[in-house]
Write a protein that binds this ligand. Sequence first.
Ligand code: NAD
Length: 473
Amino acid sequence: MIQHDSHFIDGHWQISHGIDRLEVVNAASEEVMATIPVGDARDANAAVSAARTAFEAWSATPPAERAGYLKRAAEALQLRQTEIATLISQEVGMPFAYSNVVQAGLPVQSFVSIAEMALSYPFEEEVYNSLVVREPIGVVVAITPWNYPLHQIVAKVAPALTAGCTVVLKPSEVAPLNAYVLAEVFAEIGLPPGVFNLVTGTGASVGETLVAHPDVDMVSLTGSTVAGRRIGAVAAQTIKRIALELGGKSPLIVLDDADLVEAVTAGLNGCFLNSGQTCIALTRMIVPRSRLAEVEAIVKAGTESLIVGDPFDPSTVLGPLVSATQRDRVVEYIEKGVAEGARLLTGGPTAPEGLGRGFYVRPTVFSDVTPDMTIVREEIFGPVLVLQAYDGEDEAVRLANDTIFGLNAAVYSESQDRAVAVARRIRAGQVQINDGAFNIHAPFGGYGQSGNGREFGKWGIDEFLETKSMQLP
Ligand code: NAD
């Protein structure tokens, strides 16, 4: 049992002023695996004050020096990769082999990628008689979710530090243990005090205090659209910049010339990774009506072959959901799908056989859905896929764009040119073409109510900068 009592503020572990503690629960065993402190306004104020004090010196360091800290953080994180993957598999429920690559491996690569980007980033340019300089925006509050917890933290912290900002991190209260490891790493590599601060607790308490704080210049959130709306409203009181990475209901369009087995298999992976608890999950498979029966057969067989179970069993493909709350929410959506008249192709609301303990949900697929159904419109954040049938490419594009979100999409076709032409018509921040792989050097973010910022690559650094022009004689 891990017991944390402190926040990491001004380069030290400081005992929480808030006396409440939150329990972190193991998703597979349902046992309490750790407790963390719920910070209060005094903790939030101390962290902001430390970040403000550290800003002047940190923002003046050369980018290459800042990049050096990031590279050392990557090395130190890599040494703890197995420990991080284990913690996140316990907290979130993702199978260990995937956790090791995605949850613990990607953050290392992201630190390295952003550090390299820092060396070539154009912090200054001349435009006619002006010198245009990009300067760090100041103190950044980073608020992050539980589903890919360390990946989402690094997506903010690495570019913010590179830009010359100082950071106060408020990680998810559901999967916070990896954030303590990151703070330990920053302490170990000698990052100057106050440049990175960690305060834990709930969104409503310490999170909102940080968002409202007048000495904070920017808030970067990855989380639900509900939290994004609230944080946007609170931050607007002091005209802070906000960057929002929110939810999705992402489509995969299978064009009529696609290899069905290839497209559907990729679609199932894209939907069910991390038991569907993925913001870019491809949760709507849009297929030619003339080939619906074939698709249904492949989807049913593919879904029923997925092994659901203990995250530490090497044969497991889907682990449990993160929490009882999330499990109950997903089960309610499945029940609603049935109640609204969708046809259950496979799965359902009952727990998978033999898995009485742990927050498990059966991978579930609906067909015969209509565009107004709740399961077609809302982000479920669980292993639930809907099949939508179309007649003609225009209808496929219309169905894909018929959503308030616009985070991710995929298009499958024999012809890459045809797939790209369709991708250009989709209103989303990312589109995967056939088996095109996730790229941490490319911009990541959403259209519509999926958010308003971009992370990764040089676009991720842009977010944390102000622009000043000096007119020269
Ligand atoms: P959440 O919105 O419940 O919480 C996210 C974070 O916001 C947590 O740290 C929480 O404590 C904090 N928070 C909540 N309300 C707050 C408030 N009023 N003030 C300050 N902080 C507040 O989301 P979650 O359940 O942790 O994560 C799942 C959601 O995140 C899904 O909707 C998913 O799509 C989204 N997500 C988006 C991306 C992306 O990059 N677009 C990536 C991963 C997850």
